[in-house]
Design a protein around this ligand. Sequence first.
Ligand SMILES: Nc1ncnc2c1ncn2[C@@H]1O[C@H](COP(=O)(O)OP(=O)(O)O)[C@@H](O)[C@H]1O
Ligand SMILES: [Mg+2]
Length: 407
Amino acid sequence: MAIANRVEAFVGSKEDAGSKIMRHAAILSGQLQQLRTRMYPPTAQKALRPFLTNEVSKLTSIPDSTLKLLSTEGRGPVPSRLENNHRVYTLAQINELRELFAKQKPSDALRFLPRRGAGEHLQVVAIANFKGGSAKTTTCVHLSHYLALHGYRVLVLDLDPQASLSAMFGAQPELDVGSNETIYAALRYDEAERRPIRDIIRKTYFDGIDLIPGNLEVMEYEHETPRVLAIKSSSGAIFFERLKLALSEVETDYDVVILDTPPSLGFLTLSAIYAATSMIITVHPAMLDVASMNQFLLMMGDLISVLNESGAQLDQDFIRYLVTRHDPNDAPQSQVVAMLRHLFGSDVLLPTAIESTAVEAAGLAKRSVYELEMGQIGRDTQKRAREAVDAVNEAIVRLINDSWGRT
Ligand SMILES: Nc1ncnc2c1ncn2[C@@H]1O[C@H](COP(=O)(O)OP(=O)(O)O)[C@@H](O)[C@H]1O
Ligand SMILES: [Mg+2]
């Protein structure tokens, strides 16, 4: 028998490299899909947790005792009760409280309702860096949540074909975002198909935050733009002006627009930088990431000179570097941070986005640290993460308020 059979058995048992890799990919896909489904079921509807009075008090600067008094007197929004009888408010109710207090104390209205007023321009913040994993999307989510929790009106734009920002807001790119429903719809060059930006804006589960979702469709802009540039006969705005013009149509509806950019320096990112009134460049403090950021800055510098040649000027209120996924106990990271601070001084934000298992775990469940309920992650870990994220957001919001001339 034997030899032929044994050879066959041997050949049969030896898997070639191609099938092995494919088999491993299939096993891993299955496992990842299972994990994803467990962390965030495809049918999951996002909802924002309610807030305890002490948190409401911190967010609104309305004293705890005043909240209690309002509720016992039956004035203002009626809070729900938890099983332990503690009062909780939804974000919509928190915003009602803000309106109430702003109306009652007009001289102090800004403290309760910090929306921009006459003479304060729409702040468009681009979060950029073409290094993937530099926490651009996480920074966008945290900043938008912080702003909305403090009473600002926010629009977030997902310019990344990977659409992780949209997913964080519960718009799953493959399921919930159809064709001509991304920002591409408002930018496209064929007028018959183009849509007003207002028509593609969605409300989100997070009171005060609207979303323009992304998916692979936004790549069309990268393909179409060079084609149109080549023809040169195109009417209407040149490519980099289109986003800014589209945003101007909804200017009065928002205080802050946040642009999540893709990990590439294409026409969309350039449009974002042009539309932006300020920019946060996220950087993970590792030598490779800094080298990559250097490339990013060089290319951006080139592109900005191209803009300048065509008569366009960038006019930004502030540009800051934000150190992300920072482990302050890691010596090599500390060296990189020290170098950045030495080179760029106060252009590097003082607070850093500290690496935290709370941020990571929240991210897997498509949440921000603001959405975590107590007890989901170790209490101290969660508290530290929240404080670190707050510090970064406070610094950015201070810059925004400075740009409005508030002190
Ligand atoms: N401070 C942090 N601590 C721990 N993990 C983080 C932190 N910031 C971001 N991450 C994780 O790093 C990964 C990349 O972040 P992401 O925001 O998607 O980056 P980008 O948008 O630049 O590609 C995500 O899994 C995110 O949850
Ligand atoms: Mg991203």
